[in-house]
Design a protein around this ligand. Structure first.
Ligand code: NAD
Length: 476
């Protein structure tokens, strides 16, 4: 069920002398050994990507589109096999893993279509003079994808790069490598030329500090935490290399007094626990109007406490483990800090069981502003529910963090929605739904949540550069 793990460089699968264990977070058992790239592997990947860029940037958009669509179709065909390896390495419920495979395919399908629509423009000029604007592939992309979505996160980066005519070296997450291996297999079978897609694993700091300063690399695309994003951006600045940064979030949810309280609380509790809260758009800070606070909190806590936690392979499980062992003490410390500062722990708050990296669905109520969790993204199954008296207070609280990725609200009042569109500082605002993005909508953050957009008609912008051409019919 779990694939053999290898690096993929210059169209060849390869093993290495060094390797590391990949652990099933639900059982703590070893799933396989992951080869780790050394400097010579990275140099080979750079040389392959330079060659791949020459071939792929000269390939017509139609052919690029067709190749990506063939790979997406193979992911759909192999949905069950891929979903099983996602659940084994990441822990999420199998049904959610199946949906993730389809979402990955949808990202590729969207980007494939966009390959055909990277229009330039003609600017009016004097007779005998022509001004035109061309969108060209930016160059070799060095991409780094995280462990929370083993297929859909690599799909965002690979789709953007390949649709734009770039080649890519992807360092996928060491905790969850099989998703990216399955994607690379699909592209091999779809006929992608050698060197266009290269896949490496290993020591993240060693890999990023070798790849990013290389002059052939023209874009660094990263999804992960803000501190790491800041570090990679600093490395990129040496060569003025572009960056696409999808970083942390700490999503506020403004719950207004006119909403359907039961529906909002139930939806909030379900969505908070999805992927064990390990989602950059996860709804975390609930600011609830005074008039409905008690009913909302009671319903939310009851629903969250009933979440079925267990091995994602088991039927009926709603929430799996955290993806790695370091997250368990990190979340415990956030809860302890909040309680010490005066928050009420309404449910959960600790490790679940004594095998696997499980954490209890957790709700903290009336959390003071000086608690760490009010500023730090928990990236786990922890919700904060705080009382607000007015929309002004709710918007001020929503904006009081350095992050600005997703934000949500439950209300039907047009005047409230109008204010939120103007005033809530996020890249993605959703009203009466806790979904934040689709392949066809632009996704990304403001403030410390990053820079650039993935998906939507903006999704290829970061992967392309703009060239203005001035053609004079005669020498002037
Ligand atoms: P971390 O900060 O150690 O690592 C975050 C990611 O960056 C990982 O995928 C890691 O492999 C990678 N990374 C770390 N150092 C790197 C380096 N020098 N060069 C290249 N890549 C590097 O945190 P973690 O414990 O793995 O995850 C916890 C935090 O990461 C969360 O609090 C969350 O903010 C963030 N995160 C965000 C997303 C997202 O979708 N935005 C996904 C995963 C993790």
């Amino acid at each position: 069920m779990y694939p053999e793990l290898k690096l993929f460089i210059a169209g060849e699968w390869r093993t290495t002398r060094r390797d590391m264990a990949v652990i099933n977070p639900a059982t703590e058992q070893e799933l396989g050994r992951l080869p780790c790239a050394d400097i010579s592997d990275l140099d080979d990947a750079l040389a392959a990507a330079e060659q791949g860029l020459r071939v792929w940037s000269a390939t017509s958009p139609r052919e690029r589109c067709d190749t990506i669509l063939r790979a997406a179709a193979l992911l759909r065909e192999r949905q069950e096999e891929i979903a099983q390896s996602i659940t084994l390495e990441h822990g999420k419920p199998l049904e959610q893993a199946r949906l993730e495979v389809i979402r990955g395919a949808e990202f590729f399908e969207w980007d494939a279509g966009e390959a055909m629509r990277t229009y330039g423009r003609v600017i009016p000029a004097a007779r005998g003079q022509k001004f035109s604007v061309h969108h060209l592939p930016i160059g070799v992309v060095a991409a780094f994808s995280p462990w929370n979505f083993p297929v859909s996160q690599p799909a965002r980066k690979i789709g953007g790069a390949l649709a734009s005519g770039c080649s890519i070296i992807l360092k996928a997450a060491e905790e969850t490598p099989a998703g990216a291996v399955h994607i690379a297999r699909a592209f091999v079978d779809a006929g992608l030329p050698a060197g266009v897609l290269n896949l490496v694993f290993g020591n993240p700091a060693e890999i990023s500090s070798h790849l990013i300063p290389h002059p052939a690399v023209r874009l660094v695309a990263f999804t992960g935490s803000t501190p790491v994003g800041r570090h990679l951006t600093t490395l990129a600045s040496e060569n003025m290399t572009s960056v696409l940064m999808e970083l942390g979030g700490h999503a506020p949810v403004i719950v207004c007094e006119d909403t359907d309280v039961q529906a909002a609380a139930t939806s909030g509790a379900i969505r908070k626990m999805r992927n064990a809260g390990q989602v950059c758009t996860s709804p975390t800070r609930f600011f609830v109007h005074d008039a409905i606070f008690d009913e909302f909190t009671e319903t939310f806590v009851a629903k969250a406490a009933k979440t079925v936690v267990g091995n994602g392979m088991d039927a009926g499980v709603e929430m799996g483990p955290l993806a790695n062992d370091r997250r368990v003490p990190a979340l415990t410390a956030l809860v302890e800090d909040a309680v010490a500062k005066g928050a009420t722990l309404a449910t959960g708050g600790a490790r679940h069981g004594n095998k696997g990296y499980f954490f209890q669905p957790t709700v903290l109520v009336n959390v003071p502003d000086d608690a760490r969790i009010m500023q730090e993204e928990p990236f786990g199954p922890i919700a904060v529910i705080n009382r607000v008296a007015t929309l002004d207070d709710a918007i001020a609280a929503a904006n009081s963090v350095p992050y600005g990725l997703a934000g949500y609200a439950f209300t039907n009042r047009a005047d409230y929605i109008d204010r939120m569109i103007d005033e809530v500082e996020v890249g993605n605002l959703s009203i009466n739904t806790l979904e934040a993005s689709m392949p066809e909508t632009p996704f990304g953050g403001v403030k410390s949540s990053g820079y650039g957009r993935e998906g939507g008609s903006e999704g290829l912008d970061n992967y392309m550069t703009i060239k203005h051409v001035w053609h004079s019919a005669k020498i002037v």
